[in-house]
Design a protein around this ligand. Structure first.
Ligand code: HEM
Length: 401
């Protein structure tokens, strides 16, 4: 297979089931190359790390959408993502990120450790002998945690799963008309939900992140005021980003552990190994596989290669994480690697705001699962989600022994 065919295979259902062979082909071809449609793809760890931090690059934002799709605001799934910080550039990005970071503090995240452990223990105790790990644990834990942070009532939590799945399709490079229609419906329903919650918290603030963001919307003394539209979009983003990816990290991670029983035994015996295990799980099968940027001026990509202003650069995070130049024997799961630092949370200005929370959830969950369910094992074929960008399982049958 040549590099163009390997790249094209990533956009097909069979190819994205296991993108790693195709990543090997494109990476062996070049650190960066132009696809037949004009877009550039970055394959190595070194260049991906550099470009994620390159200040002259921008994300596609509302002004870009205005230019190529004047009606984009009518699709509320697309609108809620495009109006959030994820697809905004400075100075608006800086202001939104400041407002969210001021509420999403290290102290607030660290204080969640006991809540996470408590919720994880309850889910493990309630797990039936035969279960779908995704429904029984990987979904409810992160959704419970982000809802606790945002102050979303317990009873509403199950409601989010399908809506988030429908909404995040807008992050995929290719989607059908029907998927876009469902994303619009999900966007409208989530916006209506959070409009209600914002109203409640404005009337009667609590100690939650929604109340803190509402206060940021209403008070500009910190120079971080949000418009009403931005407040809504970023709440939807925090909810959806808060569990879609972490659900995939938990599902992917437990499958890796159960297929590497000698490593699982080590983690069971020594929970202090959890941080290194979680980094290696993130590297080995990243829950987010790619992200794109645009050049704003001609840019030198190394080896004498210069791209014009306005070029689209897609960083293949999953490929960077398996780059043999950075990770010897990259297809081996090895939590003893020194200084793992995968690019799974991105880098630079848009570096994942929730990384400390996602890490904490996984670091608490895996040792607890292994300790409380010593005979946990896979039971039958897993079913992958048909996604390239947000990689994970739709179903993961397990038995608790
Ligand atoms: C951004 C990955 C969990 C909130 C990002 C980006 C990546 C990422 C790669 C950068 C996208 C880009 O550069 O274009 C992940 C992974 C997670 C995870 C792999 C779990 C394993 C979370 C959680 C939250 C969260 C738990 C919130 C509670 C965000 C937000 C952004 C973001 C708000 C946008 C930051 C910005 O644009 O400034 N995430 N994420 N993520 N993530 Fe996460």
């Amino acid at each position: 297979m040549d590099h163009q065919a390997a790249l094209a295979s990533l956009f097909l259902p069979e190819g994205r089931l296991d993108p790693y062979p195709a990543y090997d082909v494109v990476r062996a071809h070049a650190p960066v190359f132009q696809a037949f449609d004009g877009r550039w793809f970055v394959t190595t760890h070194a260049l991906t790390s550099r470009l994620l931090r390159e200040p002259s690059l921008r994300v596609a934002d509302a002004t870009d959408y205005d230019a190529f799709w004047p009606d984009w605001r009518h699709n509320r799934g697309v609108a809620s993502i495009v109006l959030s910080m994820l697809q905004t550039n400075p100075p608006d990005h800086t202001r939104m990120r400041r407002a969210a970071a001021a509420t999403f503090t290290a102290r607030r995240v660290a204080a969640m450790r006991d809540v996470i452990a408590g919720q994880a223990e309850d889910l493990i105790k309630a797990m039936p002998g035969s279960a779908d790990f995704m429904s029984a644990f990987a979904y409810p834990l992160p959704v419970g945690v982000i809802c606790a942070l945002l102050g979303v009532p317990e009873a509403d939590r199950a409601w989010f799963r399908q809506r988030a799945a429908d909404l995040t399709v807008v992050l995929e490079p290719i989607s059908t008309d029907e998927e876009m229609r469902l994303a619009d419906v999900a966007g409208r329903e989530l916006e209506a939900y959070f409009t209600g919650l914002i109203g409640e918290r404005r009337r009667a603030p609590r100690e939650d992140l929604t109340s803190a963001l509402v206060a940021a919307r209403d008070d500009d003394t910190a120079g971080a005021a949000l418009t009403g539209e931005e407040l809504l979009a970023n709440l939807v983003l925090l909810l959806v980003a808060g569990f879609e990816t972490t659900t995939n990290l938990l599902g992917t991670g437990i499958r890796i552990l159960l297929t590497h029983p000698e490593q699982a035994d080590r983690l069971r015996a020594d929970p202090d190994l959890a941080p290194a295990f979680v980094e290696e799980i993130l590297r080995y099968d990243s829950p987010v596989q790619l992200t794109s940027r645009f050049t704003t001026s001609p840019l030198d990509l190394g080896d004498g290669l210069r791209v014009d202003s306005g070029a689209e650069l897609t960083m293949l995070l999953g490929s960077a994480n398996r780059d043999p130049a950075r990770y010897p024997d990259p297809h081996r799961f090895d939590p003893d690697r020194p200084n793992i630092q995968p690019v799974s949370f991105g880098g630079g200005a848009h570096y994942c705001l929730g990384a400390p929370l996602a890490r904490l959830e996984a670091q608490v969950a895996f040792p607890l699962l292994l300790a409380m369910l010593p005979r946990l094992s896979l039971a039958g074929p897993a079913k992958r989600r048909d996604r390239l960008v947000l990689r994970g399982f739709a179903a993961l049958p397990v038995t608790t022994g």
